[in-house]
Design a binder for this molecule. Structure first.
Ligand SMILES: C[S@@+](CC[C@H](N)C(=O)[O-])C[C@H]1O[C@@H](n2cnc3c(N)ncnc32)[C@H](O)[C@@H]1O
Length: 264
C-alpha cells in the first residue's frame, strides 16, 4: 500500500498527472500492465524504473492517457453534426468556433474539418476555426503531421480520401493543407480548471472522461459552460453521461447521441 502511494506521488511529480482525478481501479490496471511489460514484480521496483527511465515515463503517460480514436467515430453522431448542428449554427452566424477537447492523434478534428469544408465550400463569408487539444504531446505531434495508414481511413469514402489526402511514397496518406488550415492544435490539460479557449459554438469532449472520477467529470462540465456561447453545443462520447449535479447547466438536444446545448 505504502509503495503504491509512493508510486502515485512519483507519477504526480514526474508526469504532472493528478492521480486522484482518475478512478483508482483504472490507474492500477494501467500500472500493472506497464509492470508486466517491464518485468517489474512490485510497485517499489516499478517506481525505481519510472524515476530513472525517461522512456518508461513516456510509456506510462501514454498508457494512462490512451489515445485510441478513429475518423468518423460513431457515424450517426457526426452525421447529425453535419446535417443538423453545424447547419443550424451557419444559418445564424458567420464566425464559428469549435473545440475538439482530447483530440488524440487528430482523427476527430480532421473529421470535423472534412464536414466544415463540405458545408462551407460555397459560403465564402463563413469562417470556421477548429481548436484541437490534448494533454499528450506525442499525440499532438502526430495530429499536426496528419499522416495515417490506409486502415485508419476505412470510414472515409474514396472520394473523401482523394479530395483531402495525399498518397505518400510509403503507402501512407497525409491530410492536405486545406484541412490543416482549419485547425489550431495545442497541448492542454482538461484537469487544469481552465478551457483552452472561449466563445465557442461547439465543444466535443468524447471518450475522454471515461477514466475521470465523477467529481472531475462534473468539474469539466462546469468549466465548459462559460466557455460556450449562448445555445452552444456540448457533445459527449456515446457511453458517457452528464452528471446529475451539472445537468441543470445543459439541455439535451439529442440525448441518444449525447448532444447537449448550453442552458442560459
Ligand atoms: C480515447 S482518446 C479520445 C479521442 C477522441 N476524442 C475520440 O473520441 O476518438 C482520449 C484522449 O484523451 C486524452 N486525455 C486524457 N486525459 C486528458 C486530460 N487530462 N487533458 C487532456 N486530454 C486528456 C488522451 O491523451 C487521449 O488522447
Amino acid at each position: 500500500m505504502q509503495d503504491f502511494l509512493t508510486l502515485k506521488r512519483s507519477i504526480e511529480k514526474i508526469l504532472s498527472i493528478q492521480c486522484s482525478n482518475y478512478k483508482e481501479d483504472y490507474i492500477k490496471r494501467r500500472i500493472l500492465s506497464r509492470m508486466r511489460i517491464t518485468g517489474k514484480e512490485n510497485y517499489g521496483d516499478y517506481n525505481s524504473c519510472l524515476i530513472t527511465s525517461p522512456e518508461e515515463q513516456e510509456a506510462l503517460r501514454n498508457a494512462l492517457t490512451i489515445n485510441v480514436t478513429k475518423f468518423w467515430r460513431d457515424k450517426d453522431v457526426f452525421d447529425m453534426v453535419k446535417k443538423d448542428v453545424l447547419p443550424e449554427i451557419i444559418k445564424r452566424k458567420q464566425r464559428i468556433r469549435i473545440w475538439s477537447a482530447g483530440c488524440a492523434t487528430g482523427e476527430e478534428p480532421y473529421t470535423l474539418a472534412i464536414i466544415v469544408y463540405d458545408l462551407t465550400r460555397l459560403k465564402p463569408d463563413v469562417q470556421v476555426t477548429i481548436f484541437a487539444s490534448d494533454i499528450d504531446r506525442e499525440a499532438i505531434r502526430k495530429a499536426k503531421e496528419g499522416i495515417y495508414d490506409k486502415r485508419s481511413l476505412e470510414n472515409l469514402t474514396e472520394s473523401q480520401i482523394r479530395r483531402h489526402f495525399t498518397l505518400l511514397d510509403d503507402g501512407k496518406y497525409q491530410v492536405k493543407q486545406h484541412l490543416k488550415d482549419l485547425i489550431r492544435f495545442s497541448i492542454h490539460d482538461l484537469m487544469s480548471g481552465k478551457a483552452a479557449t472561449n466563445f465557442l459554438d461547439v465543444i466535443l469532449c468524447r471518450n475522454v472522461t471515461i477514466y475521470f472520477t465523477e467529481e472531475q467529470k462534473d468539474e469539466l462540465a462546469r468549466v465548459f459552460h462559460p466557455a460556450l456561447l449562448r445555445d452552444g453545443y456540448y457533445i459527449l462520447g456515446k457511453t458517457e453521461f452528464m452528471g446529475r449535479k451539472v445537468e441543470e447547466l445543459y439541455v439535451p438536444y439529442n440525448a441518444l447521441q449525447k448532444i447537449y446545448q448550453k442552458k442560459s
